[in-house]
Each structure stands twice: as structure tokens, then as C-alpha cells.
Design a protein around this ligand. Structure first.
Ligand SMILES: [Zn+2]
Length: 377
């Protein structure tokens, strides 16, 4: 595996999972989120006021002032069971928000609103926080439970947030890379609508049957919903059924994508993926539905982190590269409509499945873009 020197590195991965809380714990989480929001908004308002008076504020000086002059009089922040780290992270987040604004990556920071920005970050003053199983001991807050089992590892900080009434915990932690022996040096991956992915080696990942069935059912439920009286009990029940089915579809899809991307990244050193211009393609309305079905974005996201984990590389093929129109045998280019499933070259008579032909062109692109593997054989 030629051109990459063996670097020693750590991989970071993250998990976000739902917390199983008692009502008093939920109240405690709300309090933490409230203090975090208050601190952030105080910092933002003060920053603005100082700037308008001709000063050049930064989050560190605001934090110092807050800790020395403001926090001591706010007794409700110092209640028992409140982790004092939240205010520190609130200033850190404010600093990041301004940095993104100054570097033109984001708009001017906005005030956080209750119910919309309920989150806070804590740590254990640099000491590791142990994870593993369905219970986790948070600094100051104490034991909380999760529905899902957590990996046995440690973390240094974690974020707790509320979405649609439920509390979630997000944890970043280090993982060991598992460099695998690769079956193939190069692979082109064509992402499709009917087939999930076609590899240039001939391997095909089809969409699970359950997905088609569930999608059909979803269309039916949505049609039924349109006939119900808005706001009625039946309407609400139907809405709940639909949102449950949505979740199921997302899970089926994600599961199938995980299987495909793990196989691809474990067995191939260089993975060529089309850099899809999804926004342009979404203009075609009918296609938009199937596109979201095939979850291109999720596929890409998974490949990006899995190639790192298994010691490979991903090459994104320019979206103007005519992978579908080019003959993978002789390189001639011809038009091919969306409905044509077989590529028949007018020049050399080469015939191939449309997606396979495209994936083989993607592989060729990667061989040219990253040729070092060929040299070493
Ligand atoms: Zn040809």
C-alpha cells in the first residue's frame, strides 16, 4: 500500500443516543440547559455592547469577567447538583460562533431560545469519564441510563441536548484503526436508485425488500391521512403511525448502507465515488423522492469515515465526469437516457449493464487520480 507512509494517528468517532431519565432528572437537565443558554446569551449581549462602545471583546475576557463579577451573585447557578462546567463551555461555544462568523462560515451569532436550543456540555476537569453498558456517571449530576448500550471506552467531554421532548447524549471518543488486508486496490462505486450500489468488481448491493414494502405502506398511510379531519384524534393517531414508519424506513436504509459501506471499505484500498450534485438533481421532482430513498448523503458520509478506519482512501470523482456516457471499454462518449438500462457502445459494440459500466469508469478515474498502487502491483 504504497504512497501513504504509515502514520500513527488516533481516530475520533462520536455517538448520540437517547437518555432514559426520571422526571426529576429531566428537570435537572432543563436547569443545566437553562444556565448554559443564560450564560451564552449574557456573553453575546455583553460582546455586542462592548463592541459598540469601541472595545474588541473575546470569549476569554468575557468568561473571566463573568466568573469574577457575575456568577458569584447568581445563586441559582450554584445550586447543588449543578455541574459548574456548563458556563465554561457556553463561553467556548460563543467563541467558536464568533470565529465562524469572522471567517465567513456562519452568520452573526444569534440568541439561544428556550425549547429550540436546549443543550449543554460538561467535562470532568480533564479526567476521563468512563463509558460502557447502559449506565453512565456524569460529573456532579450522577448516574443516568441510556436505552442503547455504550461502547467500553472513555471520553473527556459530553454534550446533552433535547430534541422533540427527549434528551440525548453525544459523546466523542477515540477508536483504534483496524487496517484490513485489501482484496482489490481500486473499486468504482455507482450509487443507484433501484440498486443501492454497483461495484466495478461486479458486486451489487440491492435495496432490501422490506424498504420497498415499507415505502409503499407509507404512501398509503399518507393518502389516508389526507382524508382525516385535521386535529382530530384519528388524525393524530395516523400521524403517529406515519412517524413510526418513517423511523423504520430510516433504520432499514441505514442498516443496508452500513453493510455495503463496511464491505467496500474493508476490501478495497481506493474507493471512487461520484461527487453527486444532489441539489441540481433534486430539481427533477419525481427523482427527488427516489434520491432521498437511496440516501446518497448517508452513503458518502459512511464511506468517508470508514476508509479512514480501515486504512483506505476515497477519491471523489468530479461531477462533470461523464461516467454513465463513457464506454468503459474504448472510452467513446455517447448520450444515454435515464431509461436505458444497458450501455451499448456505438463504436466498439461493447455491451454492459448501465450501472456496471459507470462504476468501471469511476474505477478508471481513480486509477488515474491516484496511480501509485498500480506501480507496486
Ligand atoms: Zn466502446
Amino acid at each position: 500500500m504504497a504512497c501513504h507512509s504509515s502514520l500513527k494517528f488516533v481516530l475520533l468517532t462520536a455517538i448520540k443516543t437517547k437518555l432514559k431519565l426520571t422526571s426529576s432528572q429531566k428537570m435537572l437537565m432543563s436547569k443545566h440547559a437553562g444556565i448554559s443558554r443564560f450564560t451564552y446569551n449574557w456573553g453575546l449581549a455583553t460582546w455586542k455592547a462592548l463592541y459598540q462602545s469601541g472595545y474588541q471583546p473575546n470569549h476569554l475576557m468575557l468568561k473571566k469577567f463573568f466568573n469574577n463579577e457575575v456568577k458569584p451573585v447568581l445563586t441559582w447557578i450554584k445550586e447543588q447538583g449543578i455541574c459548574q462546567k456548563i458556563t465554561e463551555f457556553a463561553f467556548e461555544n460563543l467563541g467558536k460562533a464568533f470565529k465562524n462568523f469572522f471567517e465567513n462560515r456562519a452568520d452573526y451569532p444569534k440568541l439561544k431560545i428556550k425549547g429550540r436550543n436546549d443543550s449543554f456540555t460538561i467535562n470532568a476537569s480533564g479526567r476521563p469519564i468512563n463509558l460502557g453498558g447502559k449506565r453512565i456517571k456524569l460529573p456532579t449530576i450522577g448516574w443516568v441510563s441510556t436505552y442503547e448500550s455504550l461502547p467500553h471506552t472513555t471520553t473527556t467531554k459530553l454534550t446533552i441536548s433535547r430534541t422533540a421532548g427527549d434528551w440525548y447524549i453525544s459523546i466523542a471518543y477515540e477508536i483504534e484503526p483496524e487496517i484490513t488486508k485489501k482484496e482489490h486496490d481500486y473499486v468504482g462505486v455507482d450509487l443507484g436508485i433501484k440498486t443501492l450500489a454497483t461495484l466495478s468488481t461486479g458486486v451489487i448491493f440491492v435495496n432490501p425488500k422490506a424498504l420497498k414494502k415499507a415505502t409503499k405502506k407509507l404512501t398509503r398511510l399518507q393518502r389516508q391521512l389526507a382524508r382525516k379531519v385535521r386535529g382530530s384524534n384519528r388524525y393524530k393517531k395516523q400521524k403517529l403511525r406515519i412517524s413510526k414508519l418513517h423511523r423504520r424506513i430510516t433504520n432499514i436504509r441505514k442498516d443496508a448502507t452500513h453493510k455495503a459501506t463496511t464491505f467496500i471499505c474493508k476490501n478495497h484500498a481506493v474507493v471512487a465515488l461520484e461527487d453527486l450534485n444532489t441539489s441540481g438533481m433534486l430539481k427533477n421532482h419525481k427523482l427527488a423522492l427516489s434520491l432521498s430513498d437511496a440516501n446518497f448523503y448517508e452513503f458518502r458520509r459512511q464511506v468517508e469515515y470508514k476508509v479512514v478506519r480501515y486504512g483506505g482512501t476515497v477519491v471523489f470523482v468530479d461531477r462533470f465526469y461523464p461516467s454513465s456516457k463513457t464506454c468503459s471499454n474504448c472510452g467513446a462518449i455517447q448520450e444515454i437516457s435515464l431509461s436505458e438500462r444497458v450501455y451499448v457502445c456505438q463504436k466498439c459494440q461493447h455491451t454492459a449493464d448501465r450501472d456496471l459500466n459507470a462504476s468501471q469508469n469511476l474505477e478508471k478515474y481513480a486509477r488515474q487520480a491516484l496511480p501509485c498502487l498500480d506501480v507496486e502491483g
